[in-house]
Design a protein around this ligand. Sequence first.
Ligand code: HGY
Ligand code: MN
Ligand code: MN
Length: 418
Amino acid sequence: MTTSPLRTNSARLNESLMSLAQLGKTAKGGVCRLALTELDKQARDLVVSWAKAEGCAIRVDQIGNIFMRRAGRRTNRGAVATGSHIDTQPTGGKFDGNYGVLAGIEVIRRLNELNIETDAPIEVCVWTNEEGSRFVPVMMGSGVYAGAFTLAHALEAKDRDGISVSEALSAIGYNGASPASVSDGAPTFDAYFEAHIEQGPVLETAERPLGAVTGALGQRWYDVTITGMEAHAGPTPMSLRKDAMQAAAQLVTATRDIAMAHQPHGRGTVGSMDMFPNSRNVIPGRVRFTVDFRHAEDATLLAMDAALRARAAEISQQCHCSIEIQQVVYFAPTHFDAALVQSVRTAAAALGHEAMDIVSGAGHDAVYAQRTAPSAMIFIPCKDGISHNEIEDARGEHLSLGADVLLNAMLARAGRSS
Ligand code: HGY
Ligand code: MN
Ligand code: MN
């Protein structure tokens, strides 16, 4: 006898999303809640208060990851976990990351409401600094957990004002005590699911309400520093200049050209740039900018790296400037656990929908979770495929459907004792 699939409470989920979105809300309807700021603390406190109200035990680790645990009948089984992040981009939206955490809270609320005891514990995670906007590396909390980089490397990372992760964590009171990495003894999961908006146009264009995420693009992030010579914009002949901006302009264009040469999955973005001294009648002596490369194949991502460095060497010669390229993030393309991805398709089908297989262009904490336990993601469409933008939006029926899939997939994995 197959039981009919459970449903979450869409009104309650939406209410939680809108309440959390108040913390850092912007005039344009988005959210600016950078990692480890006072606003991040308030959001963390709010989510923890909701989990405590559901009887969850709370654990905070040394990089500030929060684990909110609902007990299962068997205490010796790894938790069936879910979660995401609540830090946002400076011009972020209400749903990126926040949706995955609150869908997890809704799963716990619904299981409590239905008095369902699961075999395995259920856990909802809030991962520290997923966005990588204030502090690099990106997906920092889950990366430390999975051993992608050390706790020390993460704690010493500094923002533009020279504040370290360690100082910021202490300032908001989330410098937890429990081990932050699996290798240091952090508990491993039985499985990890993450619900997230797609942040691209594929599902909406295909008019599909659910995505079964089979994997994610690999990424390489760089800090580029170009050094020339400040000089007067008037008396300095063009042939004698060491103009760092002219060199930067060519390398920025090369970033796009390299991505375009590796379609359909190639991505190349220069998202942040500073110039010095930034005065209209001084030839720029130094330009710093970021490069974000992505691809579905690791070998191609490496070829893009080589192309960038080769082009930089040419430009350096031509412009008489030095060019330093420092790689600050690397992770290979991810393939999520096939059986767990199948459980997402099965839960979607039980709810009357055929989930569309899709590869994530964005990185997610599930990418690092997959290094430690079988992981899978559930995508829902977002309006016009727009994200990392204050106008980010998603439809209520998709938000609740994604949470329904999460609830049923997690329950199937955790097992039901009552
Ligand atoms: O950059 C990403 O893919 C994610 O939003 N951190
Ligand atoms: Mn995200
Ligand atoms: Mn994001």
